[in-house]
Design a binder for this molecule. Structure first.
Ligand code: OXD
Ligand code: MN
Length: 580
């Protein structure tokens, strides 16, 4: 069977189940995108924004119960429950298909089924992987145009007739009661029904590039990570590439596009959410960004926090669930000090200051990456960029210092595995609850996390010189609840320290959890930060850490004998260093 006929057969099967009134194969062209937008403006799915100040920008208001990823409805469907691991919801493939099959049956009656061949990763890269997705949502198709490379390029990169991830998507009736996000890593298959929201519905992103991607990466010896990729350029023009994992809505987009407050230093954006990394023939870890665009969190994005993002969303952008000003401009909390009078909230209702937020806390912008002023000239290099450091960052108001460095790769894997974070509006459920989120991959690791740790631990056998591993926390607060560190452009000071550690020139003191910079090792020139605040943001406290690590043993315990013994050893050694 040829590549196209394999895909055609799969599409025919999907159509038999969902019964669309028409099937349209997408080519990914600009004309196709424009026609989709025009039809969505006509039927009210999109609202055109101010053509003078936001040309070719649109607002989409989603169903009010479909505004974020729904982790409780997300499943890994492997034959053996153990292969999904305690980190995932599990359902047997038969039960999953039976349950979701009922929601899919006839779900596209009266609708168009769009077929989307797409490529994750740059054209011409052996790292890139194809998918063929079907959906009954024009909004999803337009978003996939911005987030993936669509059309014949997908078929050109298939290595065999069945070398694609098949994705079946229907918005169904958008009810959370009939919503399931199902992954079948053993069949290279995704089924998603009942949601049109980004992470649930743009199947190339979380479902393919992370959950199925991570399972493939393990089998094939590479890494699929929830990481931004950026290049840090020093005043002499040398660029050091860094990949950083952070949980959803915890500043990855801002860091990926950071505008340095340090003269002479600048950052180049390669990706803001996902990194696919492989070891090249020389033993160098290299990263590509599988995505073509950014699906970023709008609230708190401003000319001060992220000037590059505010500039890039001024044209050709789809906004979802932001507020609307009387002059038809998008607005969200933090964009300006106040919304203009007469602003409508994310559901289109008259909004009053002091009430609920005008924009949904998880409102988004979707835009092509090459609109970002800081996009790296080599961001689509088929070989990827060489990675010198990996960073694990989370949102913690206490305990975790601003930055510290692991003793070695194994210790770095331990630090990543023990990461915990405060939850955000990017997922449904309570915000601000501290949970363990190893490597920021808890919602995205498509297999047993014990095996994921083992995969990480095995990487150095092929890496000539493993990247250095760092831990960061921009979110530490003082006793009054104020952030200790100014963040944003000032984070370049932390990146500079990392670059200098890699070069062997920056000072640090050894602590039981890693190397912490001395206050004078961080470049604070021009920064108005009281010495006691700098000390507090770098502070390490053995008692707090002992408490911090208390529930790590039971967390590890869930994995039973499958957990690599090294992880327990690292924990025991850390506790011994922390003393009683
Ligand atoms: C995202 C997420 O949308 O992590 O990137 O939820
Ligand atoms: Mn993400």
């Amino acid at each position: 069977m040829t590549m196209t006929s394999m895909a055609e057969k799969w599409v025919d099967d999907a159509a038999r189940l969902t019964q669309p009134s028409r099937v349209t194969w997408c080519d990914g062209s600009k004309a196709e995108y424009d026609a989709l937008i025009e039809s969505m403006v006509k039927d009210g799915t999109l609202l055109a924004l101010n053509p003078r100040t936001y040309p070719n920008c649109y607002l989409h208001r989603s169903h009010p119960q479909d505004v974020a990823r729904t982790e409780q409805l997300t499943f890994i469907c492997t034959r053996e429950r153990e292969d999904a691991g305690p980190n995932n919801n599990w359902m047997s493939p038969a039960e999953a298909k039976d349950r979701a099959g009922q929601y899919f049956r006839g779900s596209m009656r009266g609708r168009t089924m769009y077929v989307i061949p797409y490529l994750m990763g740059p054209a011409g890269s052996s790292m890139s992987r194809a998918g063929v997705m079907v959906t009954d949502s024009a909004y999803v198709v337009a978003s996939m145009h911005l987030m993936t490379r669509m059309g014949s390029v997908a078929f050109q990169h298939m290595r065999s007739a069945d070398d694609f991830i098949a994705g079946l998507h229907s918005i169904g009736d958008l009810s959370p009661d009939r919503r399931l996000i199902l992954h079948f890593p053993e069949e290279n298959l995704i089924w998603s029904v009942g949601s049109g929201y980004g992470g649930n519905a743009l199947l190339g992103k979380k479902c393919h590039a992370l959950r199925i991607g991570s399972a493939q990466a393990r089998q094939e010896g590479w890494l699929a990570e929830h990481m931004l990729i950026l290049g840090v350029e020093d005043p002499e023009g040398h660029i050091t590439y860094i990949a950083a994992a952070m949980p959803s809505a915890s500043g990855k987009t801002n860091l990926a596009m950071v505008v340095s407050s340090l003269p002479g230093w600048r950052a180049w954006t390669v990706g803001d959410d996902i990194a696919w990394m492989h070891v090249d023939a020389q033993g160098q870890l290299r990263a590509t960004n599988p995505e073509r665009g950014f699906f970023g969190v709008a609230p708190n994005t401003s000319p001060k926090t992220n000037p590059n993002a505010t500039a890039m969303v001024r044209s050709n952008t789809i906004f979802t669930n932001v507020a609307l000003t009387p002059s038809s401009e998008p607005w969200w909390e933090g964009l300006t000090a106040q919304a203009p009078p007469g602003t409508l909230d994310w559901q289109g209702r008259a909004w009053q200051p002091g009430g609920a937020p005008a924009a949904h806390p998880n409102s988004r912008f979707t835009v092509l990456a090459d609109q970002c002023p800081s996009i790296a000239p080599n961001w689509e290099d088929p070989e990827g960029v060489p990675i010198s450091a990996l960073v694990f960052g989370s949102r913690r108001s206490a305990v975790i210092p601003l930055v510290f460095e692991a003793f070695d790769w194994t210790h770095g894997v331990f630090l990543g595995s023990s990461m915990s974070t405060e939850t955000t509006a990017a997922i449904t459920g309570k915000v601000g609850v501290v949970r363990r989120d190893p490597m920021a991959m808890l919602p995205f690791c498509g297999y047993n996390m014990a095996d994921y740790f083992a995969h990480w631990l095995g990487m150095p056998t092929r890496l000539g010189k493993p990247p250095r591993i760092f831990r960061v926390n921009w979110f530490r607060r003082d006793a009054d609840g104020k952030f200790l560190w100014p963040g944003y452009g000032e984070n370049m000071r932390v990146l500079k320290w990392m670059v200098e550690r890699i070069r062997g020139t920056a000072h640090a003191v050894e602590s039981p959890v890693g190397w912490i910079p001395t206050p004078s090792a961080l470049d604070t020139s021009g920064l108005e930060l009281a010495p006691d605040r700098l000390r507090d943001v770098l502070r390490f406290d053995a008692g707090e850490w002992r408490e911090e690590l208390q529930d790590l043993r039971p967390f590890y315990g869930q994995f039973g004998g499958r957990l690599p013994a090294v992880m327990d050893e690292q924990l025991a050694q850390t506790l011994a260093r922390l003393g009683r």
